[in-house]
Design a protein around this ligand. Structure first.
Ligand code: ITT
Length: 195
């Protein structure tokens, strides 16, 4: 079954390919759909659904979308669903990381807990599938590592004793929010557990 990945984020697309083996995933670009879906929802579930539904409505082809983000406890769950637009939309990944570090500068060690959240939604002729994955960590004091993307350089993973950007792609995918969500998603799809 051919599935469109409704994302403009090349790093997400790469991770989909690494994790979702055995599925025929084509990018939104390959499907020839050049639209920006407005993320008007207030939850990962809502935005994930909005993105998948918009592309499915245009193409009629089964579509999955990923809405994800970083929820920091000391910042009352921010940046959360606004992770890609943290600071108002004028920053790149590095700028958003610096803004986060600035907003965390007075937060002590034991209060730097955070989690990555990912919700995958499939919309197709047979119905909808939703899967959520979370990954616990803590916000480090400076960026470290070159792998991954987004907030990975400041997301310290206790289990590995290093940041997500210092982890290899295999290490990241084994424990990441996206790895977990896509694994649950693949199981549901194989069992045809549509809603
Ligand atoms: P699409 O909507 O086109 O898929 P996007 O980058 O705008 O791309 P989101 O709205 O879901 O996607 O925002 C997710 C943001 O959360 C992303 O831009 C990163 O800043 C952050 N993020 C998500 N997953 C991450 C990961 O695995 N590692 C680091 N940061 C991540």
């Amino acid at each position: 079954m051919k599935i469109i990945a409704a994302t403009k984020n090349k790093n997400k697309l790469r991770e989909f390919g690494e994790i979702l083996k055995g599925f025929e995933i084509i990018s939104q670009e390959e499907a020839g759909v050049d639209i920006d879906v407005e993320e008007t929802g207030t939850t990962f579930e809502e935005n994930s659904y909005l993105k998948a539904k918009a592309i499915y409505d245009i193409t009629g082809i089964t579509t999955i979308a990923d809405d994800s983000g970083l929820c920091v406890d000391a910042l009352n769950g921010e940046p959360g669903v606004y992770s890609a637009r943290y600071g108002g939309g004028g920053y790149d990944d590095k700028g958003r990381v610096q803004l986060l570090l600035k907003n965390m500068k007075d937060v002590p060690d034991n209060e730097r807990t955070a989690r990555f959240v990912c919700v995958i939604t499939l919309v197709g002729d047979e119905g909808i599938i939703t899967a959520r994955g979370e990954c616990e960590g803590r916000i480090d004091y400076e960026p470290k590592g070159e792998n991954g993307f987004g907030y990975d350089p400041v997301f310290f993973v206790e289990q590995y004793g290093k940041t997500m950007a210092e982890a290899t792609p295999d290490e990241k995918n084994a424990i990441s929010h996206r790895g977990k969500a896509l694994k649950i998603f693949a199981e549901k799809l194989n069992k045809k557990e549509y809603n």
